[in-house]
Design a protein around this ligand. Structure first.
Ligand SMILES: Nc1ncnc2c1ncn2[C@@H]1O[C@H](COP(=O)(O)OP(=O)(O)OP(=O)(O)O)[C@@H](O)[C@H]1O
Ligand SMILES: [Mg+2]
Length: 314
């Protein structure tokens, strides 16, 4: 989904962080708009966490500025802090206290409403009501992630930062967390998250900044990033005894490239619908037997590969 909100709630200009000769973050500019789910996608060491921490005001940039909710993160720290929620990753927090006690403790640390009604509401939001009285360190990985998200919400922030919220979760737990993140956005909050999962970025985020070696190399909606490849989709067809000749296939509408491998034909097309219709017509007209037909669209993985020359997965 694409939101067309125009109010930038986060602005970063020229953010740079060096460690010795390494430019961990190198001249990062970005805008995050109200009520969007904004993803920073990149491989390990790309600079995602460092960028996030500079925007949160937790790490001082060597150069550049950031503002959050209209406040400068360097000079208006308190105003920024009261408007943001940060998902903490450390698990040592989870010792000994019950789930409800932890949420109450965090709320009181923030000077926020720590009443049992509020604690219940927050635990309801992350579907942990039934775990209220369990010790936090007995929760599963996915439940701990949800708890840490509840903790990030105790001060009813406008903007929530989630650093790799779904890393290490199984696919089902990951999907549950996507739903939770969408719920939080539906509640009117803006979400900035990091991930190195392509699929997550593609299905969850309204816009994505693709990061590599400290730089943002692309920033747009997943749809436009993919469309920007001028992207050949792929049709793969396996024929029975007779395979149409390459010339007939390359004349089909939209087809850019034809490859034959035995009885299998692979077509690259920039017009999936028309190429597919043409292929089916051709098979029909010549009474060719089509054993197998599959299609695939380009993905963010292809986008990353195209712009960096590498696959994102290690
Ligand atoms: N305190 C530090 N001192 C020295 N180098 C650092 C420090 N923090 C980060 N780096 C380096 O900066 C680069 C970016 O790190 P960062 O943690 O921002 O990456 P990331 O994109 O969050 O990676 P990951 O996906 O593994 O979390 C890395 O090369 C890292 O080793
Ligand atoms: Mg990181």
């Amino acid at each position: 989904m694409t939101t067309q909100a125009t109010r930038a709630v986060i602005t970063a200009e020229g953010l740079t962080k060096r460690y010795g000769s390494l430019r961990a973050v190198d001249d990062v500019n970005l805008h995050v708009y109200e009520s969007e789910i904004f993803g920073i996608l990149g491989p390990n060491g790309a600079g995602k966490t460092t960028t996030l921490e500079m925007i949160e005001g937790l790490r001082h940039p060597d150069a550049g500025t950031a503002s959050v909710a209209g406040f400068d993160v360097a000079s208006q720290v308190d105003q920024v802090k009261s408007r943001i929620g940060i998902q903490l990753q450390t698990t040592s927090l989870f010792d000994h206290l019950t789930v409800a006690e932890l949420v109450g403790l965090f709320a009181s640390l923030y000077g926020a409403d720590d009443s049992s009604a509020t604690v219940r509401r927050l635990l309801g939001l992350v579907s942990l009501q039934e775990k209220s009285d369990d010790q936090a360190d007995t929760l599963s990985g996915g439940q701990k992630q949800r708890l840490s998200i509840a903790l990030s919400l105790v001060n009813d922030p406008e903007i929530v930062f989630l650093d790799e919220p779904t890393t290490g979760l199984d696919p089902q737990a990951r999907r549950n967390l996507w739903d939770l993140i969408r719920d939080i956005r539906a509640d009117g909050k803006t979400i900035v998250l990091t991930t190195h999962y392509m699929e997550e970025a593609e299905v969850l985020c309204d816009r994505i900044a693709v990061m590599d070696h400290g730089r943002i190399i692309l920033c747009d909606t997943p749809e436009r990033l993919i469309a920007g490849l001028n992207g050949a989709s792929t049709i793969s067809a396996t024929f029975g005894d007779t395979v149409p000749e390459p010339a007939a296939l390359s004349e089909l509408a939209g087809v850019q490239d034809v490859q034959l491998d035995g009885s299998r034909v692979t077509l690259q097309t920039d017009d999936m619908r028309r190429s597919m219709a043409g292929l089916l017509d051709l098979a029909e007209a010549r009474t060719l037997e089509l054993d197998k037909l599959t299609t695939s669209r380009p993905t963010l993985e292809d986008v990353f590969l195209h712009y960096t020359g590498r696959a994102l997965r290690e």
